[in-house]
Design a protein around this ligand. Structure first.
Ligand code: ADP
Ligand code: ASP
Ligand code: MG
Length: 440
């Protein structure tokens, strides 16, 4: 059995859904199709939740009506037969009635998660309606019946496996299953989600849970590129990379994959493929245990980074100093991305500012604390990059004019990270494209 995940851009147009059906029915093994919401939907749902939270019901209503009009137009081109049209209309009416009811209820965090879930619930039901119209046998597997996270928002892979296996057992004769990406239940049993872009994570968790032959992530680009195609001219796909390399790139900003989406596949050794829905014959990127080749594969950038420097002469020859500092971040459940030390100072970066004030207060007794906001981590990722000839020369040679704030080298054989002020991001990515990959 394989997993095929289609992102928002792939399902965003009715023709996109038609095309997906032609792809998923061509397979010679059973498939679980994981769908995102139509592109743009989750953004609007976030907006609706924000308006309701602020008490601006009028703006929320406007956004709901606009989104509903979009879905009405969408189903017009999705299905044609009378029965299917009536069904699709009823589905759209049901979900928008729900949103309109929410407008009248007092706001809560749990309610905002219910709002966010509507996108994937809608896309999968509409997709199944089209499958029905085409008389393609299939089974909808509701993600809310098997996908779950614990009190720390960590997926419960054991329980996901048990529940999903039970659901599949009941449908032994079926070859095509459809489920929602992104949404899940939390430890309280409420509707929740795997954070923005989380459908990739759902796909990898499902692939791990059922020991899939492959986890295919179908999107709007032909694989993981060597650099960020959103800002850099001339980027190229990387054919093969290891789980470790892909995980570093996803974590450090390659938006094509959710930051946590590699570990479930890696843990169960399931190959991941990044493929282009509109160009299915393109090779894309294959991610397995094998790196394929030695050297630098790609660079990525992670925004909204905060750098914190703690300077203290008491650090000199002292042991236990770093532990005490790390304990502060641990207490506030704030992950550290980069760390560099000298004999009298330590610099740390975080990307979660939720507890920043409390963290800074608790760090004060340790020395002078300086904070730089609005920084970007640039990660250079590859296989055994430290041993690659001329790598350091090429890297630093190409960014001589950039004020680098921190460098992290040697933490892993796959990654060198640089911290730069956000204003230099576009420039440094372009210069690295030239200097490290020879792409102008
Ligand atoms: P989906 O809706 O399919 O989940 P996303 O928008 O989440 O698609 O991810 C695909 C996008 O990721 C691409 O269109 C591309 O602009 C962006 N992207 C950022 N970095 C990379 C990279 N290194 N390689 C490929 N795509 C990338
Ligand atoms: N629809 C969700 C989002 O836009 C999840 C996803 O697309 O992966 O974040
Ligand atoms: Mg995505």
């Amino acid at each position: 059995m394989k997993v095929m995940k289609f992102g928002g851009t792939s399902v965003g147009k009715p023709e996109g859904m038609h095309h997906i059906v032609s792809l998923v029915t061509r397979q010679d093994e059973p498939v679980i199709v994981v769908l995102s919401a139509l592109s743009g939907t989750t953004n609007v749902l976030v907006e609706i939740g924000d308006y309701i939270a602020k008490g601006d019901r009028q703006s929320a209503k406007k956004s709901i009506d606009k989104l509903e009009a979009h879905y009405r137009a969408f189903i017009n081109d999705l299905v044609k037969k009378e029965e299917a049209v009536a069904k699709a209309k009823a589905i759209v009416a049901e979900h928008f009635e729900f949103l309109n009811i929410i407008l009248k209820i007092s706001f809560s965090e749990a309610l905002s998660k219910d709002i966010l879930a509507q996108g994937e619930l809608l896309s999968t039901r509409l997709f199944c309606t089209y499958l029905e119209e085409q008389r393609t046998p299939h089974q909808l597997l509701p993600a809310l019946e098997f996908m779950s996270i614990d009190q720390y928002d960590e997926p419960q892979i054991g329980s996901i496996r048990v529940k999903l296996t039970q659901l599949l057992k009941k449908q032994k004769d079926k070859k095509l299953f459809v489920t929602q990406g992104y949404i899940c239940r939390n430890a309280k049993g409420e509707v929740d989600n795997l954070k923005r872009g989380g459908s990739d994570y759902s796909a990898s968790l499902i692939a791990a849970a059922i020991n899939a032959s492959v986890c295919e992530i179908w999107t709007d680009i032909d694989g993981m590129h060597n650099n960020d195609p959103r800002g850099v001219k001339r980027t190229v796909p990387v054919e093969q990379m290891s789980f470790d390399e892909a995980a570093e790139l996803a974590y450090f900003g390659a938006k094509v994959l959710h930051p946590a989406s590699i570990w479930p596949a890696q843990q169960y050794n399931i190959p991941v493929k990044l493929l282009n829905t509109m160009l299915p014959e393109a090779k894309g990127t294959t991610i397995t245990e094998e790196a394929g080749s030695v050297g630098v594969k790609a660079v990525a950038a992670k925004d909204n980074i905060i750098a914190i420097r703690i300077k203290s002469s008491r650090m000199l020859l002292a042991y236990g100093f770093l532990r005490k500092i790390f304990e502060v971040f641990e207490k506030y459940r704030t992950p550290i991305d980069m760390i560099t030390t000298s004999e009298v100072a330590v610099s740390i970066t975080i990307d979660n500012a939720d507890s920043l004030d409390s963290i800074l207060k608790e760090l004060e007794p340790f020395g002078t604390v300086e904070v730089d906001k609005n920084q970007t981590i640039i990660s250079v990722v590859g296989n055994q990059i430290a041993q690659t000839e001329d790598m350091v020369k090429k890297l630093f040679g190409s960014i001589m004019n950039i004020p680098v704030r921190m460098v992290s080298y040697g933490g892993s054989p796959h990654n060198i990270s640089l911290l730069v002020p956000a204003a230099y991001k576009a420039q440094i990515l372009q210069q690295l494209n030239r200097g490290m990959f020879g792409l102008e």
